[in-house]
Ligand binder design. Structure first.
Ligand SMILES: [Zn+2]
Length: 265
């Protein structure tokens, strides 16, 4: 029995060495107070630092708005990868545990990915959008909602980012494509329409309809994909839209259809 323990320890040690060598003994290119940035794209230390700085600012901003953040899954810092994302600016991988009824017991952030080569202004926007996803994970309560990735996950990340920055990302696309005449629930995942629906969340926060934590918990903490909070807020948005809304220094109005009524027969 006495001889068994060292053997187990040795095996664990071997496995640790194998795991470490398969990761190439990767060490972060830059470490800030809350982020460890690994450069998987040859972007350089300078860029890794600007990524960490942008994420620190975004994190402070989200906390300043009173929202909570899901913690890193391991360690005290978020793991960040600078890596090519095939056209996307950033990505967040989250993880959660749920009980047999699908109630989420805990959630955490596995990693945040940021594309290389982003300009300073794009990087600031992407960092805030991704930190919104980090915040979202702390408001998830039912796995069925998260698993179906409803339209309001990307819409809230995009639109709240726009409202906090006072500038638009995808929001104008909502008006250009007359999305107000579509059912938002017909879109999900990373469809372009979900980002354009950010116009709704931009209005929610910019108009004072709701705070950032109010919008996140209202949207994400429910047990059903069709959220009562979202439906009620979206109706208010449409009513307000009929009078015209302004966002990011522009004013938007829906287009109207002329309908003629005449008595017949
Ligand atoms: Zn997103």
């Amino acid at each position: 029995m006495g001889g068994k323990t060292p053997c187990v320890v040795l095996l664990a040690l071997v496995l640790a060495v194998v795991a470490a060598s398969s990761l190439g003994f990767a060490s972060p290119a830059y470490t800030s107070q809350n982020f460890e940035v690994y450069d998987n794209a040859g972007a350089g230390v300078e860029y890794a630092k600007s990524v960490a700085d942008a994420l620190e600012s975004a994190r402070s901003r989200v906390l300043q708005e009173g929202a909570s953040l899901a913690p890193p899954c391991s360690g005290s810092r978020y793991t960040v990868y600078v890596e090519a994302l095939g056209g996307e600016g950033g990505q967040v991988r989250w993880q959660y545990t749920s009980d047999s009824s699908g109630r989420i017991l805990s959630s955490c952030v596995v990693s945040i990915s940021i594309a290389p080569g982003l300009s300073a202004s794009t990087l600031a926007r992407v960092a805030l959008h991704e930190m919104m996803h980090v915040a979202q994970a702390s408001y998830f309560r039912y796995s069925s909602v998260v698993a179906s990735y409803p339209w309001y996950i990307e819409a809230s990340a995009e639109g709240i980012t726009g409202a906090l920055m006072g500038s638009c990302g995808w929001e104008p696309w909502y008006f250009q494509t007359s999305l107000y005449s579509a059912n938002p629930y017909s879109f999900s995942d990373g469809a372009e329409e979900c980002y354009a629906l950010g116009a709704f969340y931009h209005w929610v926060v910019a108009s004072g309809y709701s705070s950032v934590p109010g919008a996140l918990s209202g949207s994400l903490s429910g047990s059903a994909v069709s959220s009562d909070w979202v439906n009620s807020a979206y109706t208010s948005f449409l009513l307000s839209l009929a009078k015209g809304v302004s966002m990011c220094g522009r004013s938007f109005q829906p287009s109207y259809q002329k309908v003629s009524l005449s008595t017949s027969g």
